[in-house]
Design a protein around this ligand. Sequence first.
Ligand SMILES: [Zn+2]
Length: 108
Amino acid sequence: MEEGLIKRVMASMKCGVCRQRYEPENISVLGHQEDLWFLRVFCPSCQTQYLVAAVIKEGKKPEVITDLTEVELDKFRNADRLTADEVLDMHNFLKDFDGDFSRLLSRK
Ligand SMILES: [Zn+2]
């Protein structure tokens, strides 16, 4: 699936903090494994940056697996124990992900 379509699909989602809809230009595609896409989303309204893992299939509503703010992600990185399944999913994804995710993540 092409990135332009992914951005349009994600632009139909709302910010978890302020319920504002995202704009396609605030969405960066970080990488994907088949239908699982990793995106960085910035909400211009409340200035929150999210890392979103979502299963996106053509013609279907995206299924968001996790949307972590960078603060939350830092917390789970430093945590000894993973408490939430969705964090575990993300952790497993990151472990197997051979792309540049961590490099992209550290670049602000
Ligand atoms: Zn917002």
